[in-house]
Design a protein around this ligand. Structure first.
Ligand SMILES: Cc1ncc(COP(=O)(O)O)c(C=O)c1O
Length: 281
């Protein structure tokens, strides 16, 4: 039996209930955040909680708990669910709405799920992604609306692709659940407008700043097609090479040296981060 935290207490997942008039169901009005454990400990918890609270504020929704109360709840959920590695999902809904328009009192829950790393073969060979014209509404907020990627799930499978890459008139923003980087002539480039500011992105930028020239800019699909390397960052995929976009192979179609090095450096950073945590803060 699995356990989650719902509003005020930890209960079994089977007994958890949310009203059918919740604005998240009726209008897709809700936010969430997602982090993982590394060696069994929540990784970069402070950063994820800050983003979650900031998303709530920007959406005009109130989380019923103080930010300082969350870490001990997560610790208890990890102990009770007992997965080797976990994904931790914090969700805040629009709440039960009388008129199907105005938010009610939000429902807040924390789910702990088993976490599975992407396959080793994806890191060795890189992944394929499909470009789609789309722009997220208020992209800096982590809303629960992932409509396009769920809609394109069959096409992704048929094309042996892993994710959709969003652009507007060729101007690239991000992938459905990941941030984008590319390498051209030894310089690493990434964007900052029209995206969710990923926690992984932030950590990888800090690493890049110490080891490679970095440019924060805007870029197009054409820039990516002509890049030496393309890679994404996300909580689940960490630093994942992209070796094909649509029918276009990136450079030789092989995983690039800088993508590989950054993956290793990021993994070491995760090790170092959890080593200095004695208990969950
Ligand atoms: C739209 C979007 N962009 C980027 C990311 C990557 O962010 P993070 O590194 O914090 O997982 C996510 C994560 O789910 C996302 O949903």
């Amino acid at each position: 039996m699995g356990f989650l935290f719902l509003n005020h207490s930890i209960i079994s997942i089977e007994s958890a209930r949310i009203g059918v008039r919740d604005l998240s169901l009726l209008r897709g009005y809700g936010i969430f955040d997602y982090l993982r454990t590394h060696q069994g400990k929540p990784l970069f918890l402070t950063e994820y909680l800050q983003r979650f609270y900031s998303s709530a504020e920007k959406m005009g929704l109130k989380i019923p708990l103080n930010i300082s109360e969350i870490p001990s709840i997560i610790e208890e959920l990890l102990q009770r669910n007992k997965f080797e590695e976990s994904g931790i999902r914090l969700v805040l809904t629009g709440g039960e709405s009388n008129d199907a328009f105005h938010p009610g009192t939000p429902n807040f829950y924390i789910l702990v799920e088993p976490f599975h790393h992407p396959s080793q073969s994806d890191y060795e060979h890189g992944i394929k992604v499909l470009s789609k014209e789309y722009g997220r509404f208020m992209p800096e907020i982590k809303t629960t609306n992932y409509l396009p990627v769920v809609y394109f799930r069959d096409e992704l499978k048929e094309q042996n692709a892993v994710d959709v890459l969003y652009h507007q008139g060729g101007q690239v923003t991000e992938l459905s659940r990941c941030n984008l980087f590319y390498v051209k002539n030894g310089i690493v480039l990434t964007n900052e407008v029209g995206i969710l500011k990923g926690v992984t992105r932030k950590k990888v930028i800090e690493i890049i700043e110490k080891h490679f020239p970095l440019e924060i800019t805007s870029f197009t699909l054409k820039d990516l097609y002509e890049a030496d390397e393309v890679f994404l960052t996300s909580t689940t995929k960490k630093v994942m090479p992209i070796t094909q976009i649509d029918q276009q192979k990136i450079s030789s179609g092989e995983v690039g040296k800088i993508s590989r090095e950054l993956y290793e450096m990021f993994w070491k950073l995760c090790d170092a981060h959890v080593d200095q945590l004695t208990t969950v803060r």
